[in-house]
Design a protein around this ligand. Structure first.
Ligand code: USQ
Length: 381
């Protein structure tokens, strides 16, 4: 298939690029280095430097013999996105091109506006570009489990049957996000659903939980092909942060009571889920939604696991509860359904001691790069 990956430089975009290229899909990638630039501006660099996209593509080509087309530019710019779509004529568009940090979206009015503008304008442009240049393309959009929030009932897979005064209909499951970033994802879903109804688009929306890890089949043995590994408060997801904190001897930053429960997945499972969605596309006029995670943990459970693994490496890992900078439920019911991707054939990687040890071994190699000042700055909601 001809696959166009938007946001191909990112934590998920680059591993997806290599994975689909390794499977002999014809891959083109686009990025405007938004995340790299924000990290630099906010002094929140990743654990190790990552070559620019042109260099990564060359390194991948030397390793695999596979070619990737690269476009650097801003998808908010209609002339640019028109050129990308008309030249690539994609069968599938994978849309990761969003500002992905909840804390960054809550930092200031400027960062909130950037998040709103970028995420919604890119999503709208993708929809218009598909309609104009690739009307048969399947759009795979990365959504987030955070769109649902933490309701006191089971979370269905995107849709819920509602009976009211003797009549019934299926509706999008209620959304109540906990940050502006997560709210832009709700708005994206609404935009896509509108145009699925108007223009019969084919769309898969993947409601993903926090991802951890950095090893994939494609980057084994070649650290130049690793994704960004952020551990700062803005861009680091909680488990990646805890591993780095354990290595640095920095007490694990559990926010509040630590009962916040989310659905987690290994980076390798993100790749599987995206590939399964690509190879089993949505139908015309369908907004198909999958809840993309493999197991749920509370923050306290993650901290305990990391402390235990740290002991194996003779690290003295402390856990410290901090006043929660976020406005979120710290103890709550959480039971999301997640059978759709398993039914398509997902073979989960679970968070075993071996997986944690592999991450910790890699992070230990870069211990001297850790900048403790970016671990916690307390961005308040
Ligand atoms: N948390 C801590 N200590 C920390 C960092 C986080 O206790 O040092 C807690 C947070 O308060 C939250 C949970 O851990 O309750 C998860 O936080 P996170 O920073 O790992 O994840 P989040 O901000 O929700 O965002 C991440 C990705 C985002 C994705 C989302 C999936 O950055 O792009 O959409 O995970 S989900 O959380 O399911 O919405």
């Amino acid at each position: 298939m001809k696959v166009l990956i938007l946001g191909g430089d990112g934590y998920l975009g680059w591993p997806t690029t290599m994975n689909l290229s390794a499977c002999d899909h014809e891959v083109s990638i686009v990025d405007n280095y938004l995340r790299r630039n924000i990290c630099r501006e906010e002094d929140s660099e990743a654990l190790f430097p990552v070559p620019n996209l042109h260099d990564r593509v060359k390194i991948w080509q030397e390793q695999s013999g596979k070619k990737i087309n690269t476009y650097i530019g801003d998808l908010c710019n209609w002339d640019f996105i028109s050129r990308v779509f008309s030249e690539t004529q994609p069968d599938t568009v994978i849309h990761y091109a969003e500002q992905p940090s909840a804390p960054y979206s809550m930092l200031s009015r400027e960062t909130a506006t950037l998040t709103l503008k970028n995420n919604l304008e890119v999503t709208a442009n993708v929809i218009f570009a598909v309609k104009e240049f690739a009307p048969n393309a399947h759009i795979i959009k990365l959504g987030t489990m955070g769109e649902y929030g933490t309701p006191d009932i089971d979370i269905e897979e995107g849709w819920i049957d509602i009976s009211h005064k003797g009549r019934s209909q299926k509706f999008l499951y209620p959304r109540q996000a906990g940050s502006l970033y997560h709210t832009t994802k709700v708005m994206d879903t609404d935009l896509l659903w509108f145009y699925v109804r108007m223009w019969d688009l084919k769309v898969t929306d993947l409601m993903q939980g926090p991802v951890y890890g950095l090893h994939t089949d494609e980057n084994q043995g070649n650290e130049e092909l690793f994704p960004f590994f952020n551990y700062d408060e803005l861009f680091g997801t909680v488990l990646n942060r805890f591993i780095v904190q354990a290595v640095a001897g920095y007490p694990l930053t559990v926010y509040g009571k630590g009962g916040q429960t989310r659905g987690y997945l290994d980076l390798r499972d993100t790749l599987q889920c995206v590939k399964l969605s690509l190879e089993n596309p949505a139908q015309r006029g369908e907004l198909r939604i999958f809840n993309q995670f493999v197991e749920t943990f509370s923050v306290n459970q993650l901290a305990d696991k990391v402390q235990k693994i740290g002991n194996r490496f003779n690290l003295d890992v402390q856990i410290k509860s901090l006043p929660n900078p976020r406005k979120e439920a710290e103890e709550h019911y959480y039971n999301p359904i997640h059978t759709g991707l398993l039914d398509l054939g997902l073979k989960p990687h679970y968070l075993t001691e071996d997986v944690l040890s592999e991450m910790m071994e890699t992070v230990l190699k870069y211990k001297d790069n850790i900048n403790e000042s970016c671990i916690f700055r307390g961005i308040q909601w």
